[in-house]
Design a protein around this ligand. Structure first.
Ligand code: NAD
Length: 478
């Protein structure tokens, strides 16, 4: 048995590495175990987010947006660009460079904070022991006062469309196509389907997205989801709702997808198919049966509000526990657990976690939706404001979408905000701050917002809650 640590964190994604850094800052002797390695057998840190998730997809979203602008939209600004060409390999190389800079950055941060990195795959045994198997199959046992499970998630599979890494890919494969497929199918109009579908559509692919549910973005505010669907349809995205995939057949030059919609069956042919039907927690081989850790029927580790599992001294954070699978949620759970291990009564406000879809324009939300408030019987006020009436949005040619703010009818306290439009992610973050500071819409009404900015849409939406928006005619005037 080798040197005991105060804390061993299993997994180096945004939940795990952030937890390890905070533990080390608090003076705890900390190790991270990571199974992902590069060709030189060096650990690849950063998990899904840095390697095959948030960061590479945003790199491609940005590159593809610039290409689409140059190829199509700059003429609106009076800029003529002749001979725009696409270098997919160059785009991928840029993405890979960003990923390696960031994963290298995590490695440097762990080192600078004195966190040990153990390479191999870990299994939690009884008695807070961690068995690590390295690439050569050699096993070692490590112990610690506290163990934090942060093993992350992997793409979910559906029986009719098994991923073959060639014609049929998951989100990881869709980040490294070597050429733009002419006909691209996407199964699932969730966050990943929309983001990766957008990347390849902007680069010239004809994209058809098949979504099993009848409702588009059912977890979003209904009005914002409807507005987003209209914007995406205007952009030419073909999103087919109520389309359940029943069969997929791969031939030498295509992949045929059969789906049912409104009781009839249809078959479409694609060059490539992306399966983006959700993610599953990576908990199957994470702990021994006698470790004391338990999971629900979908494989999520049971934890309390503070991410403690049912085994004393064992914690679980990020995608393997309840709540949204979001890097920022996992990171803050990691910080909370580090503080708790150190003896502080830290907690996380799960009601105020922003979520963002990085399409163009972005869709972002925090707090309650209008349908949540109706279902809960809460008496609320609502104000919305379109970007079409925002000077900065007009100047940028980014007039699609709106900001919507919901507040309590009695106290005026802000309960939620929903945005589709330019800089939606950053605008919603303003409301995250407002909700955490228990602000009312009146507080926002009385604040000075810089002009000309996209943020003025937040100010106007807050004013609209009381029928006093300036740059549109209010339904109810006060
Ligand atoms: P998701 O749950 O957001 O969407 C999957 C979609 O696939 C659902 O709408 C579902 O109805 C549909 N679906 C499932 N089976 C289907 C079938 N047989 N035929 C047609 N449609 C089917 O999952 P995702 O987009 O894969 O993302 C996985 C997780 O990763 C999510 O929790 C997401 O929040 C997270 N993520 C977040 C971001 C971000 O924050 N921007 C980006 C990527 C991923």
């Amino acid at each position: 048995m080798s040197n005991p640590f105060d804390v061993i964190v299993i997994g180096s994604g945004p939940a795990g590495y952030v937890c390890a850094i905070r533990c080390a800052q608090l003076g705890l002797t900390t190790a991270v175990v990571e199974q992902n390695v590069n060709e030189q057998a060096q650990p690849l840190l950063g998990g899904t987010c840095l390697n095959v998730g948030c960061i590479p997809s945003k790199a491609l979203l940005d590159s593809s947006h610039r290409y689409a602008e140059a190829a199509g939209h700059l003429s609106d600004h009076g800029i003529g660009v002749d001979g725009v060409s696409l270098d997919v390999a160059g785009m991928m190389a840029r993405k890979d460079k960003i990923v390696s800079q960031l994963t290298g950055g995590v490695s440097g941060l762990l080192k600078a904070n004195g966190v040990s990195v153990i390479t191999g795959s870990a299994v939690l045994l009884a008695g807070r022991q961690v068995e690590v198997t390295d690439a050569s199959g050699e096993k070692s046992i490590h112990t610690a006062g506290n163990i934090v499970l942060a093993a992350g998630s992997e793409p979910a599979a559906i029986p009719p469309a098994p991923v073959d890494g060639d014609r049929i890919v998951d989100s990881t494969g869709a980040l490294c196509f070597e050429a733009v497929p002419e006909r691209l199918g996407v199964i699932g109009a969730g966050v990943i389907g929309l983001e990766l579908g957008s990347v390849w559509a902007r680069l010239g692919a004809n994209v058809i997205t098949l979504e099993a549910m009848d409702q588009f973005l059912p977890n979003m505010d209904e009005q914002i989801a409807t507005e987003s669907a209209k914007i995406f349809a205007k952009q030419g995205l073909d999103i087919r709702l109520g389309a359940r995939v029943t069969d997929v057949a791969v031939s030498s030059d295509a992949v045929s997808v059969t789906y049912t919609q409104n009781d009839s069956s249809e078959t479409v042919e694609f060059d490539r198919l992306i399966v983006a039907v959700g993610r599953t927690p990576r908990t199957e081989k994470l702990f021994a049966a006698d470790s004391g850790v338990t999971v629900d029927e979908r494989g999520f580790v049971f934890v309390n509000d503070y991410c403690a599992t049912e085994a004393p001294g064992v914690w679980a954070v990020g995608d393997i526990v309840r709540g949204p699978m979001l890097a920022h949620k996992g990171s803050e759970e990691g910080v909370m657990v580090a503080e708790r291990i150190h003896g502080k009564a830290a907690q996380l406000n799960y009601d105020v976690i922003p979520s963002i879809i990085y399409t163009h324009p972005e869709v972002a939300a925090v707090g309650k939706t209008e349908q949540d408030l109706k279902a809960e019987g809460v008496d609320y006020k609502v104000g919305s404001f379109p970007f079409a009436a925002i000077g900065r949005a007009m100047a940028s040619g980014e007039t699609d979408g709106m900001v919507k703010i919901l507040s309590d009818a009695d106290s005026d306290q802000i309960l939620g905000a929903h945005v589709v439009g330019p800089s939606a992610a950053d605008l919603v973050q303003q409301i995250v701050i407002a909700i955490e500071m228990a602000a009312s819409t009146e507080d926002l009404q009385l604040m000075v917002f810089g002009h000309p900015t996209m943020s003025e849409a937040v100010h106007e939406a807050a004013l609209a809650v009381d029928g006093r928006a300036i740059h549109m005619v209010n339904r109810a005037k006060r």
